[in-house]
Design a protein around this ligand. Structure first.
Ligand code: ZN
Length: 316
């Protein structure tokens, strides 16, 4: 297999994951979980989104999250990313000190309208305006529904290429290809990535996968072979898109780390620390988790207890 030696994992749970949870998560708990993620050595974390609080009430504490984290951590150590849907959101993020933003545009007009009430073309005008207003803001363009849309079905590769061309014209810094509803299969990942890599050799794409149909990690392995070495994932496999019916969780960060490390691919993430963050999510937020490692860890703890119990039994 042709595999990279190391992979960068971008944690998106505090944004993509938390936004799918209806019940308001206390800000303090969100911050504790982000602290745990930092202890687990994530160097890039999508921490919140500057959307209207009526659209996604879960993100209404964006200001407090950003202020607390920027006061506590040096941005040289951890890159804190915020999602911004428009110029207004970007200004709010910028004024608080955020310098890395994700801006989402969907290849599908219907999904883009559902998500941000604009056509993709209008979204690119918005992005242009944003870049001109804040030239020092680093922009990650997340291209949504690359591998399929809940409203429009299959997406033609030319549409994806058009999006990349527009992004290059505006001068975005990074591109993320997103399987928003977790519909991609490994063969499709192989074909799409090879086609894009052929035309855009110099772009270091990151991949954002969902595990709705259980193909998430298979898609990761295929993408590794296509030369992708940056992935976005969420602790616990949290996630879903409020404007994409049928979208379930992101690939779970702990499953991704476990798989890559067992394949001798370095992630620099401390799995034990990450599992502590997952445990907090499991016990305090109590969502349905699609993660595998979240439950393997339980077995490990039980085994340890058993051996300890056995030891104390023989001692007594
Ligand atoms: Zn996602």
């Amino acid at each position: 297999m042709k595999l990279p030696k190391s992979v960068k994992i971008i944690e998106v749970g505090p944004r993509d994951g938390f936004q799918s949870i209806k019940e308001q998560i206390p800000t303090k708990l969100k911050l504790q979980i982000i602290d745990d993620l930092i202890k687990a050595n994530f160097k890039q974390i999508e921490i919140t989104s500057f959307v209207h609080s009526k659209a996604i009430p879960q993100m209404s504490d964006a200001k407090e999250i950003v202020q607390t984290l920027l006061a506590k951590y040096s941005t040289n150590d951890v890159k804190f990313v915020a999602l911004v849907p428009n110029l207004f959101g970007a200004k709010n993020a910028y004024d608080l000190g955020i310098r890395d933003v994700t801006y989402v545009i969907s290849t599908s007009e219907t999904h883009n309208k559902a998500n941000v009430k604009r056509t993709p073309k209008e979204s690119f005008f918005g992005l242009q305006e944003l870049k001109e207003s804040f030239p020092d803001l680093s922009i990650n363009l997340a291209i949504a529904t690359v591998f399929g849309c809940p409203y429009e079905g299959n997406i033609a590769i030319d549409k994806v290429k058009w999006m990349i061309e527009q992004g290059l014209k505006v001068g975005v810094d990074n591109f993320t290809l997103a399987d928003t509803i977790g519909i991609a299969n490994p063969k499709q990942i192989y074909n799409v990535l090879n086609e894009l890599k052929k035309d855009y050799k110099d772009i270091d794409f990151s991949l954002h996968l969902h595990d709705t149909r259980g193909m998430g990690l298979a898609n990761v392995v295929t993408a590794l072979e296509c030369g992708i070495d940056k992935f976005e994932s969420a602790l616990g496999g949290l996630g879903g898109c409020p404007f994409a019916p049928g979208a379930a969780g992101n690939i779970a960060s702990e499953d991704l780390v476990n798989m890559l490390e067992s394949m001798d691919i370095k992630t620099d993430i401390k799995l034990d620390n990450l599992l502590l963050a997952v445990k907090k999510v499991k016990e305090k937020i109590k969502p349905i988790l699609t993660s595998h490692m979240a439950y393997v860890d339980n077995c490990k703890i039980k085994q340890t207890q058993t051996s300890r119990q056995r030891r104390s039994f023989s001692a007594s």
